[in-house]
Design a protein around this ligand. Structure first.
Ligand code: ADP
Length: 317
């Protein structure tokens, strides 16, 4: 016989109700957990779908632009050489002008020089050439970003790699972007080599570090890079004390082409590219940017790559 059977009926009812309430509460918590997981999964799915379609679009655009921009770039360099030669030639003719005996010819040349405003033109040519070269280089960089973004990477090998080594070489590459804006503090923990696509992960580190440098205000800032092992994962935190990311846009920064940078200086592809790469590693990126300013991107990567988990979840198959 159950002990509860000795209790008065009303007391048993209350006890039963308490139990039912506790059970209800437990179910409710379970349900909330499930809903949260479902929402997260849905968000991730949405993100990878967006990435997949934008990836295809980017691949097409990059392919179309790549060829013409390559020959414009190459022709431009040759043209620069020709123009330098012609300017030298012009200077020589100008120096020889005083030896022209025929006053009519001399007058004609002088009139032409005045109408063409040759001194201004000669001074302006290098400026225009410089600006144009910069413009072409910018387009090439955007095309390169688009290509990286959509790259099939089928030929890339998964390999065991030391993340500290990757972060250090990335820091060397971005030194110019960072050194006038912030000090870099490394707090490296004891982490194992991980099985990964090292050059792609370097690109993730690069995007996040450069963004951190760009987030600095006039005051010199600090970028802290922390690493640690967390069970079967390795965690890399890249924290800055810059302007921070307003709550209102935190949900959009991983979207392709989302940028708050002025036209020409941001493509808005850096973080979506990084998101795709980390997803391909079956890892995740988390952002913490409290209202007071500063942002921390935490990248979680599994030590071992589970190839059997690779599926069409990959946004850039
Ligand atoms: P882009 O750098 O070309 O703008 P990203 O995808 O790398 O593209 O970044 C998207 C946007 O996220 C940036 O324009 C910026 O508004 C925001 N962002 C990213 N990292 C930071 C950071 N560390 N601090 C402040 N804002 C950031």
């Amino acid at each position: 016989m159950n002990d509860k059977d000795d209790l008065p009926f009303a007391r048993r009812v209350v006890l039963g109700l308490d139990e039912a309430e506790a059970e209800l509460l437990r179910r409710h918590t379970e349900l909330s957990d499930l809903t949260a997981k479902l929402t997260l999964a849905q968000e991730q799915l949405l993100q990878s779908e967006k990435l997949a379609s934008i990836g295809q679009l980017a691949a097409g655009v990059a392919h179309e632009i790549n060829n013409p921009i390559s020959y414009v770039f190459s022709n431009f360099a040759t043209l620069g050489g020709y123009i330098d030669g012609m300017l030298d030639m012009l200077a020589a003719y100008q120096a020889a002008e005083q030896h022209i005996a025929d006053p009519k010819v001399l007058q004609g040349i002088r009139a032409l020089r005045a109408s063409v405003d040759i001194d201004f033109v000669t001074a302006d040519i290098p400026v225009l050439m410089g600006e144009s070269r910069e413009g072409i280089e910018r387009v090439r960089k955007i095309v390169q970003d688009l290509k990286d973004f959509s790259r099939a990477d089928a030929h890339q090998e998964w390999q065991w790699s030391d993340l500290h080594h990757g972060i250090d070489s990335t820091l060397n590459i971005v030194a110019n972007e960072v050194k006038y804006r912030a000090d870099v503090v490394k707090e490296y923990g004891d982490i194992p080599d991980i099985e990964c696509l090292p050059s792609q992960l370097n690109q993730v580190f690069m995007n996040i570090i450069v963004n951190a440098a760009h987030a600095m205000t006039e005051r010199r800032g600090r970028i802290t890079i922390r690493t640690a092992r967390e069970g079967e994962m390795v965690r890399v935190d890249i924290a800055d004390n810059g302007s921070g990311i307003p709550k209102a846009i935190q949900g959009r920064i991983f979207d392709p082409f989302f940028t708050t940078k002025p036209t020409g200086s941001g493509t808005g592809l850096g973080l979506s590219l990084s998101y795709g790469i980390v997803q391909k590693h079956h890892g995740r990126i988390e952002l913490d940017s409290p209202p007071g300013g500063g942002a921390t991107f935490s990248i979680f990567l599994p030590v071992r790559h589970d190839a059997s988990a690779d599926s069409n979840k990959d946004p850039h198959p």
